[in-house]
Design a protein around this ligand. Structure first.
Ligand code: ATP
Ligand code: MG
Length: 317
């Protein structure tokens, strides 16, 4: 990967303010009130979390997304992590995307308003943004590119020596639309969770999913398996890793933190086993605290954790 680039990583995608309420005994019915035992405000959305995680580990990172005029808290938080927000667009009318996350011991519910993020897609083709993407070693797309209009984007970035990774989150219609397969085949890394990978592969169960992804022409995919760890298909090989031991408090953003750890490994020129291990550790440790970022490890913590068990293993075929 060329070292002469301005940025290690440019992350493009949705930016949210997350208001996280947890510790409810039960969810209220309409007309009732319930009190949380814990509350946290945090930067959210896949782009914000992956960008902050990468910057915390020491990468130089710029983020591209859209916020509203009310987005000061969010940009300050991104800057605290060292993420450059100079090119984030401020929407004149719409407010910053907001998610209210409500969790009980059993499960979570999210109430979201995408707000200014709705303006993101048309900006993916903006010259200024493309120039910034070309100036990165890695571009991580934490959004769903338009299957027709954005199809040239990935090949163009690759021609400019950029490694492109993609996490579209739980966008069922995007992931099952044949027009988007070309983008999935073109990226250097696709990072779905288990159900997202199932939708693309048309298979269930980890091995059939990985086989199914290869059969569809996807070469390098990291599949996040929540509390079961993670798996990778990498060219024709498969690798698995058990979950890193942790007592989860809140799993919001664990997948985006996994992406940050995995991409940091790629930046450092590590083998796929180490990238998987680092992603798995970052995902797991992020669940220690409320929100996607408070539990995200420092580089020192990540290095210490790599000495513990749960090493990635290659599948014997
Ligand atoms: N309970 C857990 N114990 C250990 N590791 C976990 C746990 N939950 C998540 N992880 C780690 O974090 C990674 C990502 O989690 P998950 O599979 O929930 O991603 P996701 O569904 O994409 O999440 P999100 O989109 O909400 O960020 C997992 O692959 C695993 O490495
Ligand atoms: Mg995810």
């Amino acid at each position: 990967m060329p070292k002469s680039k301005k940025w290690d990583v440019v992350v493009v995608g949705e930016l949210f303010l997350d208001e996280i309420l947890s510790g409810f005994q039960a969810l209220p019915r309409l007309g009732e009130e319930a009190f949380a035992r814990k509350y946290a405000r945090e930067a959210g959305g896949g782009a914000a979390i992956t960008a902050c995680g990468l910057a915390k580990l020491g990468a130089t990172v710029a983020v591209l997304g859209v916020i509203g005029k009310d987005g000061d808290w969010l940009t300050r938080r991104l800057n605290e992590f060292g993420v450059d927000t100079t090119h984030v667009e401020v929407h004149p009318d719409n407010s910053t995307g907001l998610t209210i996350s409500v969790s009980t011991r059993e499960d979570r519910a999210f109430f979201s308003y995408s707000g200014a993020n709705d303006g993101l897609n048309s900006l993916l083709r903006r010259t200024e943004w493309i120039e910034l993407m070309i100036s990165a070693r890695i571009v991580h797309l934490a959004t769903s590119p338009d299957g027709d209009r954005d199809r040239p984007l990935v090949p163009m970035l690759k021609r400019a020596g950029v490694l492109v990774s993609l996490d579209v989150q739980s966008n069922l219609s995007w992931l099952t639309s044949p027009v988007n397969l070309e983008i999935l085949r073109a990226v250097d890394l696709f990072c779905p969770n288990e159900s997202e990978a199932e939708w693309v592969a048309g298979e269930t169960g980890v091995h059939p999913i990985l086989r199914g992804l290869r059969a569809k022409g996807l070469k390098r995919v990291a599949v996040k398996l929540g509390g079961k760890g993670a798996a990778v298909t990498w060219d024709r090989e498969e690798y698995f890793i058990d979950p890193y031991p942790v007592s989860p408090e809140d799993t919001t953003g664990a997948g985006d933190c996994f992406n940050a750890g995995f991409l940091y490994g790629l930046l450092r020129g590590e083998e796929v086993e180490s990238c998987l291990n680092w992603g798995n550790i970052c995902g797991a440790l992020s669940t220690r605290e409320l929100g996607g970022l408070r539990g995200f490890p420092s580089l020192g913590e990540l290095q210490a954790a790599t000495n513990k068990p749960a090493k990635a293993r290659k599948a014997s075929k």
